[in-house]
Write a protein that binds this ligand. Structure first.
Ligand code: PLP
Length: 405
């Protein structure tokens, strides 16, 4: 008789987005007075850059010609040289030296963040920020590293509160050091970005305790302020304690196209083993690479035209973020984030519970947001508003929100 992985039964069952969907459907069924504006979902809306589309068309045609057809990608790290070297060069432009065989191309930062657990012991103690991108929590729960869910928290996870008091960046934990530490910057959901000094504290801590930092910089391209590192490898000492996840999803609108990469320095060893070698072994066994056509599309992002065109899309979202930030702040709300990220983390007025404020905005303003409590206990008292909507819809949403406060 086959037995299941019992850890799956411990999962509280995708509570956040299904519950939002349920409330939105129930409200829509009552014929709302205005069309809904959705500022809840973390997906891009601008189309792919023309230079990316051209690269895909050209590569697709090559696949239909015998001489230029490609089968399995046999090259290092499941990535064609042209893409690995383009990524390596983009690090070099920021003064970071990464060897090309430290870069693993994949179909997503979500899958890499989840799959990376394969190379670590199930006995490792995991620390996550609170609020948090749910993928880090649920994948560790599936692997058996999270313990049991007590209705609010997982018993074996260390939660690092990120609050207004600490600038939404975690303080070092007291007591026994966690083995694996997830940090996401610029942050989903709080929209804040870590400074070099803040990251240095964690890098030193991880090196001192032989922990590993799993650094998610999926929103790196949204950084606009000087002095905010785009990569954890801009911080001295990170190469002996950090793995970095990046993605073309938010930087170039690839959420439906699928391409990402993970950097594991060869200097990173634990138990005398190279984590780069373990991940290479893992990927070589369980993954057969990203399509040639998609790798060509990703390569185009790094051309001069590609940089200009993808920057224009991000500027569009960041302008939405500015509209939201300024509009809600002027109306008396306290708003964080949205400067180096497409997310705004908005304090609910008068400590209203976040689901109640979500319901109020849904029913009175016909605007869909995300209740902060869905991202962890420290998200209570906040809602997340995203800048991925259309410019006109975003302005209208702000006008409506302000009118119901
Ligand atoms: C959107 C997002 C990603 C990107 O995931 P992909 O699988 O590459 O699309 C990664 N991390 C965070 C925090 C995100 O919000």
């Amino acid at each position: 008789m086959a037995h299941i992985n019992q850890n799956f039964l411990k999962l509280p069952g995708g509570y956040l987005f299904p519950e939002i969907g349920r409330r939105v459907r129930a409200f829509s069924a009552q014929n709302p007075p205005m069309p809904l504006i959705r500022l809840g979902i973390g997906d891009v809306t601008q189309p792919l850059a023309p230079v990316v589309v051209d690269a895909m068309v050209k590569a697709s045609k090559e696949m239909g010609v015998k001489e230029t057809f490609r089968g399995y990608c046999e090259e290092t790290c499941c990535a064609y040289d042209f893409l690995r070297f383009a990524i390596q060069n983009s690090y070099k432009e920021r003064g970071v030296d990464i060897a090309d065989d430290e870069i693993f191309v994949s179909d997503g930062a979500k899958s890499d963040c989840g799959n990376i657990g394969d190379i670590f012991s199930v006995d490792n103690v995991v620390a996550v920020c609170d609020p948090v991108y749910p993928v880090y929590v649920d994948t560790n729960a599936m692997a058996g590293r999270a313990g049991d869910h007590d209705g609010e928290k997982w018993t074996n996870l260390i939660y690092l509160p990120c609050t207004a008091e600490n600038g939404f960046f975690p303080e070092l934990p007291q007591g026994k050091a966690p083995d694996l530490i997830y940090i996401c910057s610029p942050n989903n959901p709080t929209g804040t970005a870590a400074t070099r000094e803040q990251l240095k504290v964690w890098v030193d801590y991880a090196n001192a305790h032989d922990s590993v930092i799993l650094y998610d910089s999926a929103y790196e391209a949204f950084i606009r302020e000087e002095g905010i590192p785009h990569s954890i490898f801009e911080v001295e000492g990170a190469k002996t304690c950090a793995i970095e996840f990046r993605s073309f999803s938010k930087t170039a609108g690839f959420t439906g196209t699928r391409c990402a990469y993970t950097v594991i320095p060869k200097a990173l060893e634990r138990d005398g083993a190279s984590l780069n070698a373990l991940w290479n072994r893992r990927q070589g066994t369980k993954f057969n690479g990203v399509p040639y056509v998609i790798q060509r599309a990703a390569e185009a992002v790094f051309t001069d035209e590609g940089k200009a065109q993808t920057k224009a899309a991000i500027d569009y979202y960041l302008n939405n973020a500015k509209v939201i930030r300024e509009g809600l702040t002027a109306a008396g709300l306290t708003v964080y984030g949205g400067v180096n990220a497409p997310y705004l983390w908005v304090e609910t007025p008068n400590h209203t519970p976040s689901w109640d404020f979500f319901d109020l905005l849904l029913k009175q303003a016909c605007v869909v947001t995300t209740p902060g409590a869905g991202f962890g206990p420290s998200g209570e008292g906040y809602i997340r508003v995203t800048a991925f909507g259309g410019a006109d819809a975003t302005k209208e949403a702000v006008r409506r929100i302000v009118s119901v406060l």
